[in-house]
Design a protein around this ligand. Structure first.
Ligand SMILES: [Zn+2]
Length: 496
């Protein structure tokens, strides 16, 4: 303990000595200590390999994927048990095609993808009248670094569809937007990112059973949990077609919503109480992932299919600080339920006449989730943002471990500590912070933070009160790939 106290004292001295005082354009309401050190956060530099991959994203390829999926007539999950559908129709035919598509991408990269088909039987439940086989299809781009490859990130969409009747196994259910668009994002990410080697592992998934009760994603999330996957992030794309309804002047093709949970649904009651007591309701791992996606979009604006900032074609995520839309759920919640960080991408403005509807025209209104209401260029923008995020996560070092704020004494300074395990050489760390009412990170420590000793432990003290801001700590590699931030938890003593 004595040694630790000495180290702590040194850290204070170093921190105060190396951070220059600098003025920033903040309002008079901003405490001076918040801006006394550090620098405003700026976008990370674009990685040329990621930028090149984004330029390969093809609206035409996305259109081909969505048209092919619509061509299966129905992808109702229950159709796996029907015997009388014509050949080439139904959810099983769609699964076959998705599997073949992953294999095609893998052939193009020398067998770099491990293609898996996971079929399981779901017992009868409210929207599943009889025991039903459900198939998840996914492709694994295994990380090239033996240590980092244990870390995984995952992108998913659901390939099942439905019409007005969720039990209808034969009626037409094109599901062009919900959710062939999300599957197209996952497949297009697989196609363009499989040409790159990443240290960490990326999984590209297409799940079924979403419309029956999130069955496929729950199965996959359970598998990830029971097999001990080190799954750091899940990107769920559901209804990302950029719904195009003639006359809808309020649609905005420049925006995609990113939903993230606040207090994790997986938090035990004592954890939830701690989160509330700290004012950490907006700092779940899922929300830090959402903030990271915002940062990625700022880096890759104007590259490939990520539109340029300031132009009429500007495309960017809007962080929605709630788990999902009113009355609706999605596959990310299956992963949240198992304690994984997971967010949902959805178009800005949905048209509910074009979801979960039988194909028909009534009083001049066209119902049905058909191709004509999907904007393939919009889906390409969403795919580019997903690909940039997956690639950044897979390149970035692991987030800091055991991130803590030392709360030994009442103090206007804030002392942090964290540790680094299995971290690539060259990994650096940044403490980031924001005002309590700010949605995303504003400032960061702009000088190197060196380990406190040979054990890989880090400690630093900043002259900012932990009572007035929210802090995070994140990892950065030498090329500028940033991990999501981790919210440091209070610790009464330096115990390492
Ligand atoms: Zn959906």
């Amino acid at each position: 303990m004595k040694v630790c106290v000495i180290r702590f004292t040194i850290a204070v001295t170093v921190a105060v000595a190396i951070y220059p005082s600098s003025a920033h354009a903040f309002s008079d309401d901003t405490g001076r200590d918040l801006v006394a050190i550090g620098s405003p956060i700026r976008p990370a530099p674009a990685d040329p390999a990621i930028a090149h991959a984004l330029q390969q994203i093809s609206p035409q390829q996305i259109q081909h994927t969505i048209e092919t999926l619509v061509g299966f007539h129905t992808r109702n999950t229950l159709s796996s048990m029907t015997k009388d559908l014509p050949s080439g129709q139904g959810v099983s035919a769609a699964a076959d095609w998705i599997e073949s598509e992953f294999k095609r991408y893998s052939d193009a990269c020398g067998g770099c993808l491990e293609v898996r088909r996971d079929t399981f039987t779901e017992s009868p439940q409210s929207r599943i009248p009889q025991a039903t086989t459900i198939t998840n299809v996914y492709a694994i781009l295994r990380g090239s670094d033996p240590t980092q490859s244990k870390r995984m990130v995952l992108v998913t969409g659901h390939y099942d569809s439905r019409n007005s009747d969720t039990l209808d196994t034969h009626g037409e259910a094109p599901g062009a937007n919900d959710d062939a668009s999300g599957v197209a994002v996952s497949l297009e990410c697989a196609r363009v990112l499989s040409k790159i080697k990443f240290p960490a592992t990326i999984i590209f998934a297409a799940v079924a059973g979403e419309e029956q009760g999130l069955n496929g994603s729950r199965h996959l999330a359970n598998l990830a949990k029971s097999d001990g996957w080190n799954l750091e992030a899940v990107l769920n794309n559901d209804i990302v077609g950029g719904n195009t309804t003639p006359g809808d002047a309020l649609q905005n093709k420049s925006l995609v919503r990113v939903f993230s949970e606040g207090i994790p649904v997986s938090a035990a009651s004592d954890q939830a109480k701690l989160i509330q007591s700290l004012g950490y309701e907006s700092d779940s791992p899922s929300r830090e992932l959402a903030r990271m996606i915002l940062g990625v979009s700022e880096t890759y604006h104007g590259i490939g299919n990520v539109r340029k900032s300031g132009s009429p074609t500007y495309f960017h995520p809007v962080l929605e600080f709630r788990r999902d839309r009113f009355l609706r759920g999605g596959d990310h919640t299956s992963f949240n339920g198992e304690g994984f960080a997971a967010v949902r991408f959805t178009e800005w403005r949905e048209d509910f006449n074009h979801q979960h509807q039988n194909m028909r025209t009534e009083n001049g209104i066209e119902y049905g989730d058909t191709l004509k209401f999907v904007d393939f260029q919009y889906v390409a923008h969403v795919a580019a943002l997903n690909a940039a995020t997956l690639a950044t996560l897979a390149y970035a070092p692991p987030p800091p471990e055991n991130a803590g704020i030392v709360t030994k004494n009442l103090d206007n300074n804030t002392t942090f500590k964290w540790s680094a395990a299995d971290t690539p050489s060259g990994t650096k760390y940044e403490v980031v912070w924001r005002e309590m009412t700010a949605p995303s990170w504003q400032f960061f420590t702009d000088k190197d933070i060196t380990p406190s000793g040979s054990s890989g432990d880090y400690s630093i003290t900043l002259p900012i009160s932990k009572d007035n801001v929210i802090f995070g700590i994140r990892s950065v590699d030498s090329q500028g790939h940033r991990s999501p931030a981790v919210a440091p938890m209070p610790e009464r003593e330096l115990n390492h």
